[in-house]
Design a binder for this molecule. Structure first.
Ligand code: SF4
Ligand SMILES: [Zn+2]
Length: 322
């Protein structure tokens, strides 16, 4: 028996990958949320240089997906107002989330009185019919991994396979029917120096702001079996500094949220090791209160190193240092 077959057999496809409770900003108010990651066949694109989600896919049927959803909803409670359903791919891709499962899940969310659903999708799966299918049940936020407003970086560095205009078209399709759009931006794509990545994130946030109700800054983690991991192993990639994230969040008006996943680890965004937890905590607090003034109270000796390193990179023809 092939190794992959053995591991697939061990997976219980009626259970979600994971589920957790947290707090989220909804229309300016802190609200209890439930996030679930459902195990689908995975992203059909599966080519982005920083994404390691491919390893999570398995052939889940429509019945399996509804069972995973039900299992995750056991963690819900009456105060939960937002449900986030992530699939490590696109909720609106019918090959990944069969229409029967999608509609059953939407019906059950509406029956449970959930105020808002957040789903992720690539723009090519956003159609009028699919947007309507969601919005006819409940307010929905369509989150798109735009990563950057720069088509060259998105195409040749991230290998995302869609253009800024594709994102704008999808956003307009959502807005025509009264839905909400969330744009994920990436700090920092491989091959960019820290300063270039910061400038790109700020420019992208300003451009995406025109087309999205909320922006989310994703701090690049080194995920397994990715191009970014191979570069990182060879000393050609350093995850972003947390100082850079603060500067970007300060530079663009909100709502602009960030969850610094893996902060302080070698594979995640990090500073010197001493100040990482305090800064990650401030970034998480900012996601709920949008108060950037709290960032000015943060300091550490490594801030000077971060600035020096960026100067050095600029003076070495933009070669990223690690
Ligand atoms: S980042 Fe998104 S679009 Fe790219 S491979 Fe991963 S799941 Fe697919
Ligand atoms: Zn520090």
């Amino acid at each position: 028996m092939a190794r992959s077959e053995r591991s697939e057999r061990k997976l219980d496809l009626t259970k979600p990958v994971t589920v957790w409770r947290s707090q989220d900003l909804v229309d300016g108010c802190e609200t209890a949320s439930l996030t679930m990651i459902l195990r689908t066949v995975g992203c059909r694109w599966n080519r982005c240089t920083m994404c390691g989600y491919a390893g999570e896919g398995a052939p889940a049927s429509a019945e399996d997906l509804v069972a995973q959803f039900e299992n995750a909803m056991q963690r819900s409670s009456p105060e939960v107002g937002v449900v986030k359903i992530y699939t490590s791919g696109s909720f609106l891709d019918p090959q990944e989330m069969p229409v029967a499962a999608r509609d059953e899940i939407l019906r059950r969310l509406e029956a449970a009185g959930i105020r808002r659903l957040v789903i992720e999708t690539r723009p090519e799966y956003v159609t009028d019919e699919r947007v309507e299918a969601c919005l006819s049940h409940l307010q929905t936020e369509f989150a798109v991994g735009l990563e950057t407003s720069n088509d060259l970086i998105r195409e040749h560095v991230i290998r995302k396979g869609f253009s800024f205009q594709d994102f704008v078209d999808a956003s307009e399709a959502v807005h025509r029917q009264g839905g909400r759009v969330k744009a994920y931006l990436l700090l920092k794509p491989p091959l960019l120096s820290e300063g270039e990545a910061m400038r790109d994130a700020v420019a992208s946030a300003r451009a995406a702001r025109e087309h999205a109700e909320i922006l989310s800054l994703n701090l690049c983690n080194v995920q397994r079996n990715t191009v970014v991991e191979r570069m990182w192993e060879r000393g050609q990639f350093r995850p972003p500094w947390l100082w850079s994230a603060l500067e970007i969040l300060k530079s663009v008006p909100g709502p602009f949220v960030c969850d610094p996943v893996g902060a302080g680890t070698r594979r995640g965004p990090h500073n010197c090791g001493q100040c990482d937890s305090a800064i990650a905590e401030a970034i998480r607090a900012h996601a709920l209160d949008q108060d950037v003034s709290a960032f000015d109270k943060l300091d550490c000796a490594c801030k000077a190193t971060w600035l020096d390193m960026m100067n050095l990179e600029e003076n070495s023809f933009g070669t990223p240092l690690v």
